[in-house]
Design a protein around this ligand. Structure first.
Ligand SMILES: CC(C)(COP(=O)(O)OP(=O)(O)OC[C@H]1O[C@@H](n2cnc3c(N)ncnc32)[C@H](O)[C@@H]1OP(=O)(O)O)[C@@H](O)C(=O)NCCC(=O)NCCS
Length: 147
């Protein structure tokens, strides 16, 4: 297993990016300003993570995904830990997600705690309904992991 940063042609990983965030023009808002890391297993890219520097030691995960066939094998946790330890000045790592138990449980299992809510984020910013675990996403739930 290996993790490397992608500098050029981040869109080569669009399938994985869309797994984490299903609307491409939303991905375009952070892909260029974010640092992108991919996780490789036996030379194949099976996971990715995009993180932005929000200033003053605050970083934010904008997108994270692991290929379906490789989920629940610890790769997502490895990516989160890698990002958390990558930036020397990191004080807090945030992630925003839909109000979906599955993903919130994942982040909590990886040391994140609930921080705040941005109301109507999904209904205001996405051009179609985002359905996860059978319900329509409305608010963005932010979680934080702090040093
Ligand atoms: C969310 C995602 C990145 C997690 O990656 P992963 O490699 O499957 O997660 P891990 O195997 O590292 O899980 C770590 C821990 O989180 C918890 N967890 C992860 N997925 C879970 C699930 N579906 N249900 C319950 N707990 C879960 C478990 O405690 C797990 O540890 P365990 O397997 O030892 O019990 C991956 O499922 C994914 O790509 N999903 C689709 C895209 C997505 O939803 N991205 C997030 C958008 S904000």
């Amino acid at each position: 297993m290996d993790i490397m940063e992608i500098i050029d042609d981040k869109k080569a990983y669009i399938d994985l990016l869309l797994l984490g965030d299903e609307q491409e023009d939303m991905i375009d808002k952070y892909l260029n300003i974010g640092k992108m890391f991919v996780l490789l297993d036996k030379g194949a890219v099976i996971g990715q993570c995009v993180v932005t520097n929000e200033g003053q030691g605050v970083y934010e995960i904008k997108n994270i995904s692991v290929s379906v066939a490789y989920q629940r094998q610890g790769y997502g946790r490895v990516l989160l830990d890698y990002v958390y330890n990558y930036f020397g000045d990191l004080n807090a790592l945030y992630v925003g997600t839909g109000d979906s138990q599955k993903t919130i449980v994942f982040y909590e299992a990886c040391g994140f705690v609930k921080s705040h809510i941005v109301e109507n984020f999904f209904t205001d910013n996405y051009n179609h309904e985002i359905v996860e675990d059978g319900h329509i996403l409305k608010d963005m739930v932010y979680l934080r992991r702090s040093k």
